[in-house]
Ligand binder design. Structure first.
Ligand code: 3NM
Length: 214
């Protein structure tokens, strides 16, 4: 079950896109106030097999300790096997209906959408949240689509009703607040935290910038 507030600062990382030791970077991010974590072990230099499995378990335990949901990118088998809190799938990954069948009912299932058609499909298929983007240009994901901008993000928010939306792609401390103003429930970031001099301070600042006045 996804609590909307968990999307506020959603940190995504794999061992190949951080400057330091992955467990230390994620622990710093947790101390700084990230509200959800996604293990995305993908691309050149990514761990596979037993090494990937073992890192996933350690990161899951760390997130559990801080009470932060632990989501696995794409790898449904791994997510189910280690008892993650959920799984995130892209448009080119396994279809949502089949993912749902293989996961426990309690799983948080997120879907990426790069335009309003994909977002509406994800919303109708019962995604727990939508990752909308890339909002801004990003060099972290080599095959990222063209940026949708804040206008594209606003449109997705408008068309997906009550489904929570997280803004992704090129989000940093200078534009995180704009994504919230455009209606997103939170921001998803890789490099803004993983490449920061201090992941803890970066997470802290993102948390402050995305806090909604209630
Ligand atoms: N997915 P950064 S953009 C993992 O558009 C990912 O679906 C995207 O990295 C999408 O915060 C992206 O460093 C990369 O820009 C995000």
């Amino acid at each position: 079950m996804l609590v909307r507030e968990s999307l506020q600062v959603y940190f995504i990382m794999g061992s190949n896109n951080c400057r330091g030791e992955p467990l230390q970077v994620v622990e710093q991010a947790l101390k700084g106030g990230i509200t959800m974590f996604q293990f995305r072990e993908k691309g050149s230099g990514a761990k596979t097999g037993k090494e990937k499995h073992s890192l996933a378990i350690k990161l899951k335990q760390l997130c559990n300790h801080y009470g932060v949901p632990f989501i696995v990118n794409d790898d449904v088998d791994l997510a189910v096997d280690i008892g993650a809190d959920g799984v995130h799938v892209g448009q080119d990954d396994e279809p949502l209906a089949s993912v749902k069948q293989r996961c426990p009912k309690s799983f948080i299932i997120g879907v990426s959408a790069t335009n309003s058609t994909e977002a509406v499909q994800a919303f109708q298929a019962g995604a727990d949240y939508i990752g909308a983007g890339p909002v801004f240009p990003t060099s972290t994901k080599q095959d990222a689509k063209l940026p949708i901008g804040l206008a594209g993000l606003e449109e997705i928010n408008r068309l997906t009703g009550e489904t929570p939306v997280t803004a992704i792609g090129g989000i940093h401390t200078d534009n995180a607040a704009d994504a919230i103003k455009a209606g997103a429930d939170g921001v998803s970031v890789i490099s803004a935290i993983s490449q920061a001099e201090s992941p803890q301070q970066a997470a802290q600042l993102l948390n402050k910038l995305t806090a909604k006045k209630r």
